[in-house]
Ligand binder design. Sequence first.
Ligand code: NAP
Length: 260
Amino acid sequence: MPTLGIGTWQNTDPEECANAVATAIEMGYRHVDTAQAYDNETAVGEGLARAAVPREDVFLATKVWIDQLGGDDVVASTEESLSKLGVDYLDLLYIHWPAGEYDAEDTLAAFDDLYDEGLIERIGVSNFEPGQVTEAVETADAPIFANQIECHPLLPQDELRAHCADHGVDVVAYSPLARGEVFDIPEINAVADKHGVSEAQVSLAWLREKGVTAIPKATSETHIRDNWASRTLELDDEDVSTIDSIGRTERQIDPDFAPW
Ligand code: NAP
C-alpha cells in the first residue's frame, strides 16, 4: 500500500473533488481514500478516469457505511460503489465503523465472499479498538489488512498501533493533520522551522517514521503538493522525540456511535 494517499472526506463538490483526485494522481499519488458516506464516489471515479495513469497503478480504497453492514447489504452496496467509481475491483474495502448493523460473523462473511470473488483485493477495518481487531482477525477467513484510525501527533495511538502490529494489521492514519490542529503546536512549529518546511509535512513525516500510512485530505494543488513533499523530509531522532513529547491525546472525530 502506498504510504501517502489522498483523503476525500467533505470534498463533495464534484468538479473540485474530481480535480483534486486527478491532480494528486498526476503528481505521483497512488493511493486514494473515499467512502460510501462521503457521497463522492462518482467524482472520485471521474478523477481516476481523468488522470493519465492506469487503474491498476492506483490503490483505491472505499468504506461500507454502518447501515449497510448486514451481509446482503455489504454485497449490494459494494457493487454500487464499484459502479460509481467506474472500476471492477477495489484494492481495499473497509468496514467504516464497528457500529450500526456491524456483526463480526455476518459482516465479515460477506467481506470474505467479495474477497473470494475478486471484487476486493483486501479487507480493512476502521475505528476498531484492540478487542475488535482481534475478533475480526479471528473471524474473517481472509487477512485483515489494515485498521484506519485517527492518528497524528496529538493522538499518537501507541497502544492500538502496537496491537495492530502484533496482529499483522497495517495502520492507516486518518485526519493526519488533526484537521489543521497540528499547525499551531509549538513543538511542531519548531521542527518545521528547523527544516524550513510546513507543519503539515512534519506531521506526515512523523507518521511515516512510525510506519503509518497517511491519507491527508487536500483540495488545492498547493496543499496536495505540500503534502507530497513530505516524502523527502527526513526527521532525525531529536525531531521525533520532540514531537513524541507533546503528550496530548485529543480526538477530532468522536461520534456518538464510536466504540471507545
Ligand atoms: P486532515 O487530512 O487532517 O485535514 C484536512 C484539512 O487540512 C483540510 O481542511 C485541508 O484543506 C487542510 N490541508 C491539507 N493539506 C494542507 C496543507 N499542506 N497545508 C494546510 N492545510 C492543509 O483531515 P481529514 O479530512 O479529517 O482526514 C483525512 C482523510 O481521512 C479524510 O479525507 C478521509 O478520507 C479520511 N477519514 C476517515 C475517517 C474514518 O472514520 N475512517 C474519518 C475521518 C477522515 P483543503 O481541503 O482546503 O486543501
